[in-house]
Design a protein around this ligand. Structure first.
Ligand code: GTP
Length: 334
């Protein structure tokens, strides 16, 4: 089974972290998101993945120099310009020569979904396209479906106005598609699978969906990226475990690190404390500094107090400074 994984987005909501690393290459529990995703596809029977790339392809190609990840052959389709989700799927499928049933995954989703089970459901329904669904309390920020009892999608509505959602079941970002879906997507144009293609397939009665209660998290916002890391150290994932403090990290003997992930090359100074946070490779926490509920790539000075912050590679908090609820550098600054 072949798969296309969408990794060409800008990752705007995760800035400033994505100023230096594309979102799917950010580590979750020491392992890049894309690698965890490909491992789960491999468990479901996928043997070849084509990365649909646009914005900044180099880090992906460099990460898998042998053209292999988790035992899966990796191919790269680099768009000449961003084609949006459906345009990117069509371009990648053409690049890889896909002409049979295939899987598509959003490159920022972490899930324990049994992908083989989704493919089996798709085949049993003779569907043209099948979407994995997850139930959420507030579906208005997602693609929401109205389902019939047999799993056929009556309507697919992208980001419905609050209060108008047809259900609480949302598009969880893993699909099984027939090649006929590709023929519905105009070539070389920006087309959204959520706004254009899925509503059209649903209108023709060929869109099905399968809801599961698997672990599922879209890492697209800083608080969710932090949660994804903490879920792994807390052992909440079915398959995945992680070493909380990487062997290559330098943590002072009297520093306190609790419920956190510390990457290789990160430094935690004497008497510092780090709680419910992620220190990425290259992060520096000065002596006696306190860090809580934060994601840090940059530098925190001695004695600083940092809470609920996101520091990109160029972000810093000065010695003795207090920062709460901030992003540095400011992603909205011009
Ligand atoms: P934000 O800018 O924060 O919304 O993040 P994003 O750019 O990743 O957008 P979004 O989360 O909505 O995208 C869903 C998936 O589609 C992600 O895995 C993106 O990488 C991918 N994606 C979005 N647009 C494109 C595109 O034009 N080309 C390709 N190849 N992938 C895309």
């Amino acid at each position: 089974m072949r798969a296309v994984v969408l990794v060409g987005g800008f990752g705007t909501r995760l800035r400033p972290l994505t100023n230096s690393i594309p979102k799917p290459m950010l580590p979750v529990g020491q392992v890049p998101i894309i690698e965890r995703l490909v491992e789960n596809l491999a468990r479901g029977g996928v043997t070849e993945v084509t990365l649909a790339l646009g914005f900044r392809p180099e880090p992906f190609v460099a990460a898998f120099p042998d053209g292999e990840c988790a035992g899966v052959a990796m191919r790269y389709a680099v768009e000449p310009e961003p084609l949006d989700t459906a345009g990117a799927i069509r371009f990648a499928a053409a690049t890889a020569g896909i002409d049979d049933t295939f899987v598509v995954a959003n490159g920022d989703v972490l899930t324990d979904l049994d992908v083989g089970g989704l493919v089996a459901f798709h085949r049993a329904k003779a569907a043209e396209a099948t979407i994995h669904l997850i139930a959420v309390p507030d579906p208005s920020a997602f693609g929401v479906v109205a389902l019939q009892d047999d799993g056929r999608v009556e309507r697919f509505v992208e980001k419905p106005a609050p209060g108008t959602e047809p259900s609480n079941l949302i598009n969880a970002g893993t699909y099984v598609l027939e090649p006929s879906v590709l023929a519905r997507i105009p070539a070389g144009q920006r087309v959204s699978i959520e706004r254009a293609t899925f509503p059209a397939v649903a209108g023709d009665g060929g869109l099905f969906a399968m809801a599961t209660e698997d672990y599922w998290l879209d890492t697209g916002r800083p608080e969710l990226y932090l949660a994804a890391n903490l879920d792994i150290v807390r052992g909440l994932r079915r398959h995945d475990r992680c070493v909380a403090i990487a062997p290559g990290a330098q943590v002072a003997a009297d520093a306190l690190v609790a419920d956190s992930v510390v990457g290789a090359g990160a430094v935690v100074g004497a008497g510092a404390s780090v709680a419910r946070s992620v220190l990425l490779p290259g992060a520096v926490v000065g002596d006696r500094a306190q860090v809580a509920d934060s994601v840090v790539m940059g530098r925190i000075g001695d004695g600083a107090d940092v809470r609920d912050c996101v520091l990109g590679a160029d972000g810093s908090v000065g010695p003795g400074e207090r920062a709460e609820g901030e992003k540095r550098p400011d992603p909205d600054a011009t």
